[in-house]
Design a protein. Sequence first.
Length: 100
Amino acid sequence: TIFLKIAALAGLRKDKRVPKGWISFNRRKDTGTGDLQYNLVICKGNARESRKSKAPKGLAFEGENQHESVEEPLFQISNGIEVRGLHDLFCVVEGLLRTL
């Protein structure tokens, strides 16, 4: 496995320094400049309770802010990274988790 720390974050592997958690990533175009803005958050602990949704059970989308952490995130990066694909994203996350 290449991404051992990500596996630990997902709970698939044990690691003393990496708690169970999840990755939240999004990119948006800046309305003023048109540049891409990246936001990466590596969370630990529990997610916030989502409000009751009218979506059928079992769907990935069950409400706004469903992936926000109750606790402070392990890492939160808003600028300074450029992610062109999933491999880039995993490399950035793995590198950050190795600093714990």
